[in-house]
Design a protein around this ligand. Structure first.
Ligand SMILES: Cc1cc2nc3c(=O)[nH]c(=O)nc-3n(C[C@H](O)[C@H](O)[C@H](O)COP(=O)(O)OP(=O)(O)OC[C@H]3O[C@@H](n4cnc5c(N)ncnc54)[C@H](O)[C@@H]3O)c2cc1C
Length: 379
């Protein structure tokens, strides 16, 4: 597909080569921008969880030309099956197809998704420097002079900070912003082989700790569970993660009960306290702009954080292509993304609050349904 080229920006630095940074890099490079990525991780890895890729996220990946690979290497599903936590089947929710030829929903292992995006980055000849971050920025009207952590410098027309929810770029260049705030919940996840007979995503309701399973490949799934967060002064050990999740699944039946009985200490298990923040505008200053969790970090209640990061990368490139100046392009990017990210974050936080207060499940369902419907609208 021919893309409108970008005239206001030539040399661009992406700080943070995660989902959002790679999406931006691909979308910008496809529009003729000379892009370079730096990532602080010397091995450019991602941890071993699965990830849910909703219809809108698949639509965004289709725009990046990566849908076929995701379909081939992930898992595509057409509905979500709802169960009582003890395994009693309640009903099936058919997921709408939001664009012709687009699968309804799916899942994939994060390392697999990462490799698909990394391959595209390399195919576009985007240089990637690892084990490196930004130490200082001189944000001038005619360009940004960047000093890297290894003492080298570079001059760029645009610098994109996509360095995660704990963004150092945000701290460095956006003093009006603040760290993301804890929401009071935590998320347990385990990656494990597929339970027998499970073919679609599953949700377990009616328990104080909501849980679900996403299919990620023919032979693998991940199970997630949300619990109230208990503050600790250290990370949980591997044994604590295993014993803790097994105990939390004690009342569960169906495939969740199967996971409890089949899980081993070798399976990848993780616990993460949830944080979120919609950062106040402006999301850019001169020629430095933020993207992804750095500026719109959400909780997993709508399984849309990664989708929002990919959409933001695409919209950044589209708006820079549409406008003659960097300032106009960045303003248009911010104005297009802010309300949609705000909706996702507000709805996710509202669901989390209801879960913590054991609120009315009908209210919970109405918020989710409304938000998911709005997410299906074009971005
Ligand atoms: C428990 C949990 C479950 C989730 N489940 C889902 C889901 O099912 N579906 C979904 O769509 N979303 C989900 N999300 C959200 C999703 O993971 C994030 O929204 C997404 O990863 C954000 O992408 P990003 O590129 O902004 O940041 P990241 O993916 O965090 O990438 C940031 C990159 O920046 C690099 N970096 C960090 N600091 C620096 C630095 N100082 N300098 C240079 N590089 C740096 C990192 O090494 C990394 O490569 C979930 C989140 C959580 C916490």
């Amino acid at each position: 597909m021919t893309r409108e080229s970008i005239s206001s920006v030539h040399e661009t630095l992406i700080v943070g080569g995660g989902i959002g940074g790679m999406a931006a890099a691909i979308a910008l490079a496809e529009r003729g921008v000379s892009v370079e990525i730096v990532d602080i991780d010397p091995d450019w890895r991602v941890y071993g969880a699965g990830i849910t890729i909703t219809g809108p996220t698949l639509r965004a990946y289709r725009r990046l030309g990566l849908l076929d690979e995701i379909k081939a290497q992930g898992a595509i599903t057409t509905k979500t099956r709802l169960f009582r936590y003890d395994g009693t089947h309640l009903k099936d929710l058919d997921e709408p197809v939001i664009e012709e030829g687009l699968p309804a929903t799916g899942g994939i292992m994060r390392p697999v998704l990462h490799r698909i995006m990394q391959r595209r980055v390399r195919a576009l000849n985007i240089p990637v420097r690892l084990g490196l971050t930004v130490a200082a920025l001189n944000n001038r009207a005619d360009g940004v002079v960047v000093t890297f952590s290894d003492g080298t410098t570079g001059r760029y027309d645009l610098v994109v900070g996509s360095d995660s929810v704990f963004s150092a770029m945000r701290d460095l260049a956006f003093p009006h912003m603040a760290p993301a705030r804890p929401t009071g919940q935590g998320c347990w996840r385990i990656s494990i082989r597929r339970p027998p007979g499970l073919t679609e995503g599953e949700f377990y309701l009616g328990h104080a700790n909501p849980a679900g399973i996403t299919v990620c490949a023919p032979d693998s799934v991940y199970l997630w569970m949300l619990t109230p967060h208990v503050e600790r002064d250290r990370f949980l050990t591997g044994d604590e993660l295993f014993d803790g999740l097994k105990a939390l699944l004690a009342d569960f039946g169906g495939s969740a009960g199967w996971v409890r009985d089949a899980m081993t200490r070798q399976d990848w298990i993780n616990y993460r306290p949830l944080v979120a923040a919609l950062q106040p505008k402006p999301w850019y200053d001169g020629r430095v702009v933020l993207l992804g969790d750095a500026v719109h970090a959400t909780t997993p209640h709508l399984a849309s954080g990664a989708g929002m990061a990919v959409e933001s990368g695409i919209v950044l490139a589209e708006e820079l292509a549409r406008h003659a100046s960097v300032e106009q392009g960045l303003l248009a990017y911010q104005e297009r993304r802010y309300p949609r990210c705000q909706d996702v974050i507000d709805s996710s936080l509202a669901v989390g609050r209801l879960q913590l207060s054991h609120g009315d499940p009908r209210e919970h369902a109405a918020i989710l349904e409304g938000a998911l419907g709005r997410l299906n609208e074009p971005f």
